[in-house]
Design a protein around this ligand. Structure first.
Ligand code: ADP
Ligand code: GN1
Ligand code: MG
Length: 370
């Protein structure tokens, strides 16, 4: 069966309207396989997002779908209560003929369908600062809307996802095993990470001692996981809810900074182009603090810059671990893709370390206002 035949067969299991006219690979995510599906109906073209969930990454796709159904259902109620448009402001899962929100194909692969949210763009890089500000308000607001969600009912879709200490141990193991003989050529990067072992503990320790609250968090707050309305320029929908789990707000903040406030792409080869843009950092800090609506505690506000450094450190480690382990986790386009990604993260972390005082001062300016 070729790809299109396979996709057609999968789609036959879902309750889609109209006649299918187009199926194209879509987006630039590193994890799932995403397709945009068009169907012709009497009311015009209806589009959908079809995704094959990554079973290697998410080992229990049924629990994952349960989380997404729970969270989107919750958001839907709140959006409707506020007079909003629930089909645009949150994801809508499309059921299968049997009423379930996932389909398992003959090869045991899991698939799901969402309504395609029209007239929006997800950006891989900050094109204008206003988009970044909008994404900050949206991620902050997302956290506020879920602040009374029964967090204990959420499954941990990837155990220890932002447990940076465990990430460090995994990294150390990958270096020791060196299964692909790649370690000797990347010794400067390995040394850079090893020197920061103590730092890996900072947020995990605050969480363990109960000083930092565990909340419902998104855990993958990259700019391209936000849909921005093409007409109004407002961030209207938070997507990619696969990693919504209990976690730390500072890490949600931090991952956005890591990705969006970098002056270069995540896989930029020219490291002279990589630094942390403090103006973009300022814009995001303002939007996020505002979006959280006073929900952040003093210790969280104090550690927002730590979150930015921690997520940058963690991703640098994860990319290098994957490179050393033969690239089994992140999708790559060429052999050293994960190594290039690692290098941008380490360069960015170094720059953030030098700018931490300024990053703290910026948070202090806005915590007084919101
Ligand atoms: P991954 O986990 O692989 O990053 P995502 O769920 O983020 O997968 O989806 C990949 C891309 O598909 C997104 O960056 C976005 O461009 C697009 N996308 C996903 N869901 C929708 C949707 N409901 N409507 C419109 N575009 C979407
Ligand atoms: C992955 O799915 P995507 O592309 O939004 C990864 C994140 C990383 C990110 C790095 C489930 O995000 O944790 O920070 O790549 N998602 C998962 O770009 O591992
Ligand atoms: Mg994504």
């Amino acid at each position: 069966m070729n790809r299109d035949e396979k996709l057609r067969k999968v789609l036959d299991s879902f309750q889609l309207s109209g006649k299918r006219t187009e199926m194209i690979p879509y987006g630039s995510g590193h994890i799932n396989d995403t397709y945009r599906i068009s169907c012709e109906t009497e009311q015009g073209v209806r589009r959908y997002i079809l995704q094959r969930m990554n079973k290697a990454v998410f080992q229990n796709p049924e629990e994952l779908v349960e989380n997404v159904a729970g969270v989107t259902g919750w958001l839907r109620e709140k959006i409707l209560a506020a007079g909003g448009d629930a089909e645009r402001e949150t994801m809508t899962m499309v059921p299968c003929l049997d009423g379930k929100f996932f389909h398992v194909d003959e090869e045991g692969e899991y698939w799901r369908v969402y309504l395609f949210i029209e007239g929006t763009t997800s950006y891989d890089q900050v094109k204008c600062p206003e988009d970044f500000y909008q994404s900050a308000v949206a991620f902050g607001h997302f956290q506020r809307l879920l602040s009374d969600y029964p967090a204990r009912t959420l499954h941990e879709t990837i155990p220890d996802f932002h447990d940076t200490v465990k990430r460090f141990e995994n990294f150390r193991r990958a270096v020791e095993k060196d299964d692909f003989g790649r370690a000797s050529a990347v010794s400067p990067e390995i040394r850079f990470i090893m020197e920061r072992e103590k730092f890996a503990h900072v947020l995990c320790d605050l969480e363990a001692e109960g000083s930092m609250p565990v909340r419902v968090t998104h855990n993958d707050t990259k700019l391209n996981n936000i849909l921005i309305d093409n007409e109004t320029g407002k961030a209207i929908c938070v997507i990619d809810l696969d990693t919504v789990m209990p976690g730390l707000a500072v890490n949600d903040f931090g991952d956005s900074i890591r990705f969006g406030a970098s002056t270069g792409a995540e896989d930029e080869k020219d490291l002279s182009k990589i630094s942390c843009d403090l103006e973009l950092y300022r814009i995001y800090a303002k939007g996020f603090i505002e979006g959280c609506g006073g929900a952040l505690t003093d210790i969280e506000l104090e550690h927002l810059p730590t979150g930015a450094m921690m997520m940058t450190f963690e991703n640098g480690m994860r990319f290098l671990t994957d490179y050393l382990e033969g690239d089994h986790y992140f999708k790559i386009k060429y052999e050293t893709h994960n190594l290039d990604r690692c290098r941008t993260q380490l360069k960015l972390l170094k720059d953030m370390e030098e700018k931490q005082d300024a990053m703290k001062r910026i948070v202090d300016e806005y915590r007084k206002i919101f």
